[in-house]
Design a protein around this ligand. Structure first.
Ligand code: HEC
Ligand code: HEC
Ligand code: HEC
Ligand code: HEC
Ligand code: HEC
Length: 497
């Protein structure tokens, strides 16, 4: 069968639904009965209960369905093809223009989020460029398909695109519409399809009407599936390099009904729109993790504070050390990190760029001398491992005790700085509800003639190592890179006969 011109189909559906003035319940049913609304893993409760669609709507839907589907080729669809730029320009909007006036709080939260930053991020643009160069453009839309699914569909991001030339719509990244108009996706492969009409899907079951969009209730929007298209990454080589969603799935949290939203979208009381009633359970859209903008992106200060708080509640640190030491004995320390409060590993996601590390200092308080140190940085700000220029040159010693938690992408068994080229990732992370021990032995020799030492243990986190930013020619961002203190413990140990 010949496919109709896509734009007209989208418009026709909108028009018919508007004219019908379907009741709240009918709208829900209509959405849930449509083939394709329920993405992988979703079963709408109304479908499970086998409730039936309103006969008038059913007839109309059937008409629309057969008018615009290819006969006999899989499930019929009322959607125009998703690669039509004109349709996207018509249906998708810039949040500041289209949503802010009615949803000012949601807009403010989102506008400082990493979702809003995802397609103005200089690190993303630079890495994408490197990826295209190194792959002979074979990466194509791989990176953009998650960071700005709309930009990719607008056709604005062929390999070698100039970020300065992007339209305002393309720069919105993971915008309101990207989440609230989503139709189907695959875990780790981004978004497959969007609703090309005025649907905004959410978890308000009795939304007050408005003249701009239909509010479609879907309880599945409160669950982690809705995040899983992007929060696992499977590369073109078929390697699952990021696996936040998988880590959560494999933890106890799904069984306890704790979803991504439970932690990343805390509830507050208020009005979703000026014309709407006060509700107890609106959801924050800041979605803080560990990352902050490295540019003058608005709200950076607010994000810094949110990330700091998030990192300080995420795990617990216990330091096992003797209160006193017999002269001539070595000092043995054990630092235990227990991930008691994070629904996935720490770090998670872009583990290959994250650095969480322990700094352990044993200090002679009399002379303020450091008798043992691990987790210090060189003058470039890099840890003293094989990535440090100073260690490579031999001007500073290798920190052989370093406890660094991250992920290492390997290609043919060798570390690659470019995660999309990896064959596997070696994860050195702390999984949910697991603990990791780090043992330190300070030889008796370095403690001779001391009567007391001060032990200082700190856990730090940063989103990128400085050497990585320098390697991709973004050295100017190193000074803007915050280091967060997650945990700290200081104690004195007496030494005697
Ligand atoms: C003319 C005002 C207006 C504009 C403009 C507007 N909305 Fe809404 N929206 C509302 C009202 C009113 C509600 C219902 C809120 C309630 O009942 O608590 C709502 C509800 C929603 C819901 C919840 C749906 C549900 O059933 O859970 C989402 C999601 C949403 N809007 C997204 C958007 C997005 C995205 C934009 C911009 C593209 C937008 N809205 C623009 C007025 C508006
Ligand atoms: C029990 C609470 C909890 C749940 C559930 C949870 N998170 Fe997190 N998340 C956190 C905390 C705390 C952090 C900060 C510590 C960290 O992991 O680095 C975080 C960090 C993150 C980060 C940044 C990780 C990094 O190291 O770069 C991402 C991305 C993220 N979460 C996404 C998700 C997604 C997607 C889900 C659902 C599949 C989810 N989270 C479920 C608490 C939670
Ligand atoms: C990364 C995905 C994502 C983005 C981006 C996003 N939202 Fe949401 N939004 C959600 C989820 C998920 C919920 C429901 C959370 C729940 O019920 O647990 C929600 C809920 C809502 C609601 C219902 C009221 C509430 O607070 O629960 C409104 C209104 C809304 N969003 C508007 C917006 C607007 C406006 C934007 C852009 C400025 C936006 N959203 C961006 C995922 C997103
Ligand atoms: C369309 C893809 C997409 C969807 C859907 C999506 N995200 Fe994201 N998310 C991203 C991208 C891309 C980033 C990183 C942006 C950047 O830093 O450049 C991100 C960043 C984040 C961060 C911050 C991570 C950090 O290191 O600070 C959190 C937390 C997060 N998302 C949670 C969620 C939750 C919860 C959901 C589901 C309600 C969700 N996301 C849905 C693409 C998505
Ligand atoms: C399947 C969806 C998806 C694809 C494909 C994807 N990303 Fe991301 N990206 C994300 C998510 C989700 C995050 C947030 C993870 C976190 O914070 O831990 C992110 C974070 C980032 C960040 C910022 C955070 C950081 O510290 O690294 C950069 C830069 C980035 N991605 C670049 C890229 C590049 C370049 C590509 C292509 C080679 C790419 N991404 C492909 C989903 C995706």
């Amino acid at each position: 069968m010949h496919r109709e011109r896509p734009e007209s189909q989208g418009a026709a559906l909108n028009y018919s639904l508007d004219r019908l003035e379907a009741t709240r319940e009918q709208q829900v049913l209509l959405a849930s009965e449509r083939p394709g609304l329920m993405p992988i893993g979703w079963t709408h409760p109304d479908l499970r209960r086998g409730r039936r669609i309103h006969p008038v709507l059913a007839a109309l839907t059937a008409l629309l369905l057969c008018a615009c589907s290819d006969a006999g080729t899989g499930p019929p669809t009322v959607q125009p093809p998703t690669d039509n730029a004109a349709a996207f320009r018509e249906v998708f909007s810039v949040p500041e223009d289209a949503c802010k006036s009615c949803h000012p709080v949601h807009y403010e939260d989102w506008s400082i989020s990493m979702h809003a930053y995802s397609f103005v991020d200089p690190v993303m643009f630079r890495l994408n460029e490197i990826g295209q160069e190194r792959s002979g453009n074979r990466l194509d839309q791989f990176c953009v398909s998650c960071h700005s699914p709309i930009a990719s569909r607008l056709g604005e991001t062929p390999p070698g695109f100039n970020p300065a030339g992007l339209s305002r719509l393309a720069r919105q990244g993971v915008s309101c519409d990207v989440c609230h108009k989503v139709k189907s996706w695959r875990k780790g492969h981004g978004i497959d399809e969007f609703w090309m009409n005025d649907f905004q899907i959410g978890t308000i079951s009795d939304p007050s009407p408005n003249g701009v969009h239909q509010s479609i209730y879907d309880p599945a929007f409160a669950r982690s599936d809705v995040c899983s298209g992007c929060h696992d990454i499977v590369t073109p080589n078929g390697v699952r390099v990021e696996r936040t969603s998988t880590e959560w799935e494999n933890s106890v949290y799904p069984r306890q009904g704790i979803f991504c939203q439970t932690c990343h979208m805390p509830r507050y009381k208020g009005r979703a729109a000026p014309s709407a009633p006060v509700r107890d359970s609106l959801h924050s859209h800041v979605m803080a993790g560990v990352d902050v903008p490295l540019t003058d992106f608005p709200g950076r200060e607010r994000m810094l504070a949110a990330v700091e708080k998030q990192l300080q509640i995420s795990l617990s640190m216990t330091v096992d050390a003797p209160a006193s030491l017999v002269d001539g004995d070595q000092l043995r320390l054990r630092v235990v990190l227990f991930n008691h409060n994070t629904g996935h590993s720490i770090p998670s996601g872009s583990t290959f760029e994250r650095q969480m590390w322990l700094q352990v200092l044993v200090i002679d308080p009399q002379r303020n001398d450091t008798v043992f140190a691990s987790g210090l940085t060189d003058p470039n700000g890099d840890l003293l491992n094989s990535d440090s220029e100073y260690v490579k040159e031999g001007t500073l010693p290798l920190d052989s005790n370093l406890a660094l938690f991250n992920g290492i992408p390997l290609r043919d068994g060798v570390h690659t700085p470019f995660f999309w080229e990896a064959h596997e990732v070696k994860f050195r992370t702390v999984p949910a509800l697991e603990e990791r021990n780090s043992i330190y032995r300070i030889p008796a020799g370095s403690l001779t003639s001391l009567t007391e030492v001060r032990l200082e243990v700190r856990l730090f986190f940063r989103a990128f190592p400085p050497h990585f930013l320098r390697k991709i020619d973004l050295a100017e961002l190193v000074d803007r890179l915050p280091i967060f203190l997650m945990e700290e413990e200081i104690k004195n140990i007496s030494i005697g006969g």
